[in-house]
Design a protein around this ligand. Structure first.
Ligand code: ADP
Ligand code: ZN
Length: 611
């Protein structure tokens, strides 16, 4: 905290952005938000992950007199957030339970002496009377409530302590307040403004598109093998997250990946806290770790260079899926969201809903969430268009998803659908029996199984009438009929039954266009955009880029901070391309502000000169 930025009161927003953060210009709504808050107004900011929310409160905190207060639920990340600010010469600190009493006292004194630009506090600490009294004795410039969707009681990140933050309006009159989140739904948006007591705030709602993320969903046949093939199609050493539904899947998958030579770690709520912390810390600090996790690994994963997010189980909702995939490519560089999805997922999710807690209305809502997710999986249109449409944004085909890059073929599934439905009807009417997909497919394909012989199902009129399709094809038919509600799966064993709309198909009144599954796209055959920063570096600059990376790793190790706190990948790429020869040449390079120029200038110029 001994390095200081230029006297804050004389700084205007653009100079601050350039001098402190090393950026040429504001992006998107950043300028408008910063202007609103510097003028003393409140703001509600909805911006996707990677949109650049931090700048919108950090710049006002530096420009306005006093200290900016950042309310964040993520104690584990405060250390790195503060380290990143200190690296830019910003006088930042945090107050939380990981500190020793004398460390906390030092921060409190610095605050009261007006020597802090920003202070991070968790909501539970902020709600303590002594914390508020302390803050009232000093001077706040702005209050930023990060991850503001935590105030929503219906969301999965709900934190009761957030409900008390509405009182900040009265506790700190005249201090502009901001609520920031990457959660897009309208309902959450309204709830944030209401519960955080921001009736007069200006609302800034950015597009939720993440154009640098390529969406891909492929049929699930052998998920682990498919996953390994997908990871193998990424550049070596790519950092990624693999999401699975259960703790068991997570552990087994992590083990399997390790056996395949991939540096994978597990993360789920059942692991001891110290194992979770150690795995998270390795993921954040090292290059190329693949974290296999349940959704417990989530909010606020602040690593900017996650190159892929893979789902090996179907998420429960489009909101969840979008939030999870959004953790890829925060730095704006090309990244991939990949998912393997199959019939088993549909049956399993329906079973969870049936067997789960909650009244009818609740189950109906869950069912709607699942239906939207299935529609995304089965669409023959652009995935991104479907996703953005779900959040109320209209757009054209994106050119950067699997269906845009390799448009799927459709085929007429009416006859197979009729064969399947009539088998179900016959079994029910003639024998009062219901079965799951596996046995029905055996009947249709004329299989010779013990169950068929015992039950005498080879006597059914539909026995063997579907032998023209492979088992895989049939599973695809069943999956798509289920996804569209032309078939329902029930009970513990996922037995199949007719839905209200099945009749139209049986009578041949409704067409049944189906998507033809293409297997094994993950092998890299599709046109993948250059997906790593290393690949975007011209061949001739590659050795220098690698030398800079090694230098950065060394710096990060010495200081005990993640590599991106030193310089991000885009900055290294610019250095390798522009080959600055003097300290003044560093000025035009994005991400090098005054402090970093001073701290690393000579050292990085030496690496460039040697390269
Ligand atoms: P968010 O909090 O919205 O997920 P961040 O604040 O972490 O996003 O910013 C995402 C990335 O974009 C960071 O690497 C940040 O340094 C970079 N960034 C933000 N604003 C700008 C800007 N105006 N110019 C260049 N880079 C920016
Ligand atoms: Zn598309």
């Amino acid at each position: 905290m001994n390095d200081t930025v230029p006297a804050t009161s004389t700084l205007d927003a653009s100079t601050c952005l350039r001098e402190v953060f090393g950026y040429d210009s504001f992006r998107g709504d950043q300028q408008a938000i910063v202007d609103q808050v510097i003028a003393g107004g409140d703001a509600v900011v909805l911006m996707p992950t990677g949109g650049g929310k931090s700048i919108t409160y950090q710049v006002p905190a530096l420009v306005r007199p006093g200290t900016g207060l950042v309310v964040s639920p993520l104690i584990a990340l405060m250390h790195d957030q503060v380290a990143a600010l200190l690296a830019n010469g910003v006088r930042a600190a945090y107050l939380n339970s990981t500190q020793l009493p004398h460390e906390r006292q030092e921060v409190e004194q610095a605050y009261l002496a007006g020597e802090l630009d920003l202070v991070y506090v968790a909501p539970e600490r902020l709600n303590l009377p002594q914390t508020k009294q302390l803050l009232q004795r000093g001077r706040l410039s702005v209050i930023a409530i990060d991850e503001a969707h935590c105030v929503s009681q219906w969301g999965h990140d709900f934190r009761p302590d957030y409900l008390q933050l509405g009182a900040l309006a009265d506790d700190f009159p005249g201090v502009p307040r901001m609520a920031l989140t990457a959660t897009a739904t309208q309902a959450t948006h309204r709830e944030i403004a209401q519960r955080l007591n921001l009736p007069d705030a200006r609302h800034f709602v950015a597009s939720f598109d993440r154009p640098n993320i390529q969406y891909r969903i492929e049929p699930k046949t052998d998920p682990r093998r498919q996953l390994v093939a997908f990871i193998g199609s990424m550049p070596a050493g790519a950092t990624g997250i693999v999401y699975g539904l259960s703790r068991k899947t997570v552990e087994q998958t992590a083990e399997y990946l390790c056996g395949q030579g991939i540096d994978a770690l597990p993360y789920h709520a059942g692991l001891p806290a110290e194992v979770r912390a150690a795995n998270q810390s390795r993921f954040l600090r090292e290059d190329g770790v693949v974290m296999v996790a349940t959704i417990a690994f989530g909010m606020g994963i602040d690593k900017p260079d996650v190159r892929f997010v893979a789902h090996i189980d179907l998420p429960k909702s489009v909101e969840g899926y979008y939030q999870e995939t959004g953790r890829a490519g925060r730095d704006g560089e090309a990244s991939i969201a990949w998912m393997a999805y199959g019939l088993g997922d549909v049956v399993q999710q329906r079973r969870f809903i049936d067997a789960g807690e909650g009244d009818r209305a609740f189950k109906q809502r869950q069912q709607q969430h699942l239906d939207a997710m299935l529609a995304l999986c089965e669409t023959v249109g652009c995935r991104r268009q479907n996703l953005l449409g779900y959040f109320g944004e209209s757009s054209g085909p994106c050119g950067n998803c699997d269906t845009c890059l390799t448009p799927p073929e459709t085929w007429d599934g009416l006859v197979p659908a009729q064969k399947l439905l009539s088998t179900i009807v016959r079994l029910q009417r003639e024998r009062g029996q219901s079965f799951g997909a596996g046995h029905l497919i055996d009947i249709l394909r004329g299989g010779d199984t013990q169950r068929i012989r015992q039950q005498g199902h080879d006597k059914l009129a539909t026995f063997g009438i579907g032998a023209d399709l492979s088992e895989q094809d049939w599973r695809s038919v069943v999956r798509q009929l289920l996804a569209r509600g032309l078939l329902v799966s029930q009970g513990e064993y996922g037995v199949l039954g007719l839905s209200e709309t099945s009749g139209g198909v049986l009578r041949g009144e409704s067409p049944v266009p189906l998507r033809r599954d293409v297997l094994g796209r993950s092998g890299g055959s599709s046109r993948v955009r250059k997906s790593s920063v290393a690949e975007q570096v011209a061949e001739g600059d590659r050795p220098l880029f690698e030398a800079l990376r090694a230098w950065r790793a060394e710096q990060a190790r010495e200081q005990g901070v993640p590599a991106y706190v030193v310089f991000n990948d885009a900055t290294l790429r610019a250095l390798a391309q522009l080959r600055p020869a003097s300290v003044t040449d560093l000025d035009g390079i994005s991400g090098i502000g005054a402090k970093k120029r001073e701290a690393y200038g000579e050292s990085v110029l030496a690496v460039v000169a040697a390269g």
